[in-house]
Design a protein around this ligand. Structure first.
Ligand SMILES: [Cu+2]
Length: 169
């Protein structure tokens, strides 16, 4: 019995293979369609734990910090930042040179899909110049990040002495 069934099997599996071939062709066509959709994938920028470090009244410069998260499926490239509350906003990075902390301007920030970049004291930050209103603790300030593709993402940064705890969100 078993032997007979096995002897029939080449024909049966031959038919099956043809069906699988058709199915494979359809699956491949679907895969191509899916890949076309993925080719137009975009990054998606989330601005979290946004705050501005409180400074003495009349301070010329303030610094904004946040966690910039990309939960999209393409790179997010931030090329500039702006705010109605500040005359000038730029992207800076602090670095130690010969034991002295200096900052320089960055042309932009790149965030890979599924990753984040932390703007934090001692590292990357938003340099905020020429405040139009007093920056006392608790003041909400809207900042807008501009991406290289022209899209924007805004968030309210709260003036504070310390970084907000992640649990607060
Ligand atoms: Cu700076």
């Amino acid at each position: 019995m078993r032997f007979d069934m096995r002897s029939n099997s080449p024909r049966v599996s031959g038919t099956t293979r043809n069906n699988q071939g058709n199915r494979c062709a359809r699956a491949f066509a679907l895969l191509l369609a899916t890949m076309t959709i993925q080719a137009s994938a975009t990054g998606h920028l989330l601005i979290e734990q946004a705050w501005i470090r409180e400074a003495p009244p009349g301070a010329m410069m303030l610094a904004g910090y946040a966690v910039l998260r990309n939960d999209g499926d393409a790179v997010v490239e931030i090329s500039a930042a702006q705010s109605k509350i500040f005359g000038d906003v730029s992207i800076h990075e602090s670095v130690l040179e010969d034991g002295v902390s200096r900052m320089h301007e960055l042309k932009g920030l790149q965030i890979a899909p599924g990753t984040h970049v932390a703007l934090a004291p001692g590292g990357k930050h938003l340099m905020l110049m020429d405040a139009k209103t007093p920056m006392v603790a608790g003041t909400p300030v809207e900042l807008t990040l501009i991406m290289a593709d022209g899209r924007t993402a805004s968030a309210v940064f709260i003036v504070s002495a310390d970084a907000p705890s992640p649990a607060a969100h």
